[in-house]
Ligand binder design. Sequence first.
Ligand code: AP5
Length: 210
Amino acid sequence: MDLILLGAPGAGKGTQGALLSERLGIPRIATGDMLRDAVRAGTGLGRQAKGHMDAGTLVPDGVILGMVRERLQQPDAARGAIFDGYPRNAAQAASLDEMLAGIGRRIDAVVYLDVDDDAIVRRMGGRRTDPETGLVYHVEHNPPPAEIAARCVIRPDDVEETVRNRLDVYRKSTAPLVEHYRAAGVPVHTLDGDRPIETVQADIAERLPQ
Ligand code: AP5
């Protein structure tokens, strides 16, 4: 199964994607995580991406395309993937469709997590990420286990001004993809993402083809 998780920054794509990946036994391909790894490793790609990420704007499509193409060739993605934070605009959606068609696959479903802006800003303020596993937590809604709490970090782009900018970019470039996939006949499941994590996960599982 090839599945896209769509939603505003902080809608819960990473949280739900990690749970789904375990449940379905297919990898989560999260371009934001891949870019953060490249920034941490100080690679050329990371240096190219950092300014865009800190400003909350999109990293150029060519960089993203190369990264996803390479990741899709890994053996663990042979049976499908969960795309998280990608595609993010019409050009990326078109190149993903093309890439999948080239290996005889297509997007089977889109899960759109709907969360309002105020809830998002509150979530970002409390988000903590474990740099070793990439898993995300929230100081109130999903606190990290005590043994790893000290090493969890705040993402540099989670300051309110950058979050607002990311929301603007999302509205302009990414939100129209809901219509893109609907028009292409791909099932788009719209879910209220402002419910407990387990409730959202159960709702997603119910709607996906078994
Ligand atoms: P990326 O890392 O993809 O960030 P994003 O899309 O803005 O999404 P987030 O990771 O912020 O949020 P999420 O929806 O995964 O929510 P999460 O589960 O963490 O991208 C970062 C940057 O990289 C971009 O700005 C851009 O510059 C660049 N980039 C990435 N991909 C790109 C691409 N394809 N093209 C171009 N540029 C790209 O949850 C958020 C918080 O809420 C957590 O603390 C979590 O614990 C909590 N939470 C989750 N669910 C719930 C719930 N149900 N109830 C209460 N709290 C919850």
